[in-house]
Write a protein that binds this ligand. Sequence first.
Ligand code: ZN
Length: 298
Amino acid sequence: MISTEPLYEITPSDQAREYAGGVRVRLVRAGWFRPDAGGFFGVVPKPLWSRMVETDERGRVLCRLNLLLVEAGGKRLLLETGTGERMSEKELDIKGVEGGQPATALRELGEDPESIDFVIVSHLHYDHAGGMVDAAGDPLFPRARYVVQRDEVEAARGDELRLQGIMEAEQLDRIRTTGQLAEVHGDVEIVPGVSVLRTGGHTRGSQAVLLGTRPAPGQEGEPLPRAILFGDLIPTRWQLPVRWTSAYDDYPVDAVEIRNQLLGQVVGGRWWCYFTHDPGAMPIQLERTEKGGIRAAE
Ligand SMILES: [Zn+2]
């Protein structure tokens, strides 16, 4: 399966989406990767997921590495960092990575990595946190503070056998050494109109990012335009059914509960959705099916 679209693409500035409080969002397509379909769809039987998704000759699904470039409160934020430049040839081949370098993506498109004030990674897996540093291991965004949930930092530092070699612990150490790590806990506003929300589920300290200011108390009537990036709690629109957890979810029981709760909020508030690995057009809105499920709105 060969991707025919450009490796790096960014929404032009004049087509940025705007959410409540003047939060401007541009989608950055930072390359491709190909997760194993069995792992990606976890407990879901192949006859169900294969109606929507094709696999290549090695049983992999073609997915994008999606980042968001956000301007809010006079600051610039990059959400997610792709795979970076430190993977071996063997890993690149197995995981089918093409591109994945966030600074290259930004520079090719006329944006300067030095202009980034905050980098937010949803969690510390290679395809989200690998691009926090450059090939030499130095922070790729020299002025940025890197926002990671405290629970995720603890998981990466811990001694659980399942996580060894899976979390980007070395990258995290480099960011901490330069004083650029900003550990947060729970639901935290980073700049006005951009908040992180600890979800857990996928990893211990996974976080979603909410875009657009909240309605003032007493003014909850007409929903303000807001958006969410789910992290890998929901990596593509294919995984919208709440029980469709992946084999990469460390806490699938929690993942189902938080997905159910968040998707209810998303539909109720008519939030726009961005997905970390979806190759399709974004953002999209969601709606309830007749049976009470969730699907992409037409
Ligand atoms: Zn991922």
